[in-house]
Design a binder for this molecule. Structure first.
Ligand SMILES: [Fe+2]
Ligand SMILES: [Fe+2]
Length: 196
């Protein structure tokens, strides 16, 4: 990032999303970023990176689901068959591309957290985990998430337990498509958590 402090980033994100009639997404991005920053203080050397990733994570909301395959192809992004089947999931990759190309975010750790915020991935970092979990806690829908009590309890133990709890919840509740990165994260977390 470099040239932006978090307040100016917040303002540019606001302008970008509000111009595209995505005010709700703006509110969600800020609440995820601010929460990720607070959560990150306990786990990260640079929690400010979690805030930047959170502010930008859903910036691709400017493109509706029915445009996401075309947009991704235009951007030269590689897509899995699971992403073609459920284009909603592509938004994490498009957000990363917008963060890089429009917002000039070049830090690979921040870009990674944006890119895997929906599915996580097998070789996740603590920053990836923080942003992933913050997005689930400060979700973009009405009311409390149905998994919130279990997730918060798991989070008292570790980031990995929280991520594992959420993925297990997903797998047990009408998940439409299992993204390969989600599957890899699930396998890795299970191994980590049972080997202690
Ligand atoms: Fe998202
Ligand atoms: Fe989100």
């Amino acid at each position: 990032m470099g040239t932006f402090d978090h307040n100016s980033l917040r303002n540019v994100v606001k302008k970008f999303l509000v111009e595209q009639n995505c005010l709700k997404t703006y509110d969600h991005c800020i609440s995820v970023g601010d929460y990720a920053y607070e959560l990150g203080k306990d786990y990260l050397d640079e929690p400010a990176k979690a805030r930047i990733a959170g502010y930008l994570h859903d910036i691709s909301a400017i493109y509706p689901n029915n445009q996401r395959i075309d947009v991704a192809k235009r951007m030269g992004l590689e897509l899995y068959k699971e992403e073609l089947a459920l284009p909603m999931i592509i938004h994490q990759k498009i957000s990363k591309a917008i963060a890089l190309n429009e917002f000039k975010v070049t830090d690979p750790a921040i870009l990674s957290a944006i890119e895997c915020h929906t599915t996580l991935k097998g070789d996740y970092s603590d920053l990836d985990l923080v942003v992933f979990i913050a997005d689930k806690i400060k979700w973009d829908q009405e009311g409390e998430p149905p998994y919130i009590v279990g997730l918060m309890t798991a989070l008292e133990n570790s980031l990995e337990e929280a991520a594992y709890y959420y993925i297990e919840y997903l797998l047990n509740h009408d998940i439409q498509v299992i993204h390969p990165w989600l599957n890899e994260a699930h396998v890795k977390l299970k191994k980590q958590l049972t080997s202690v």
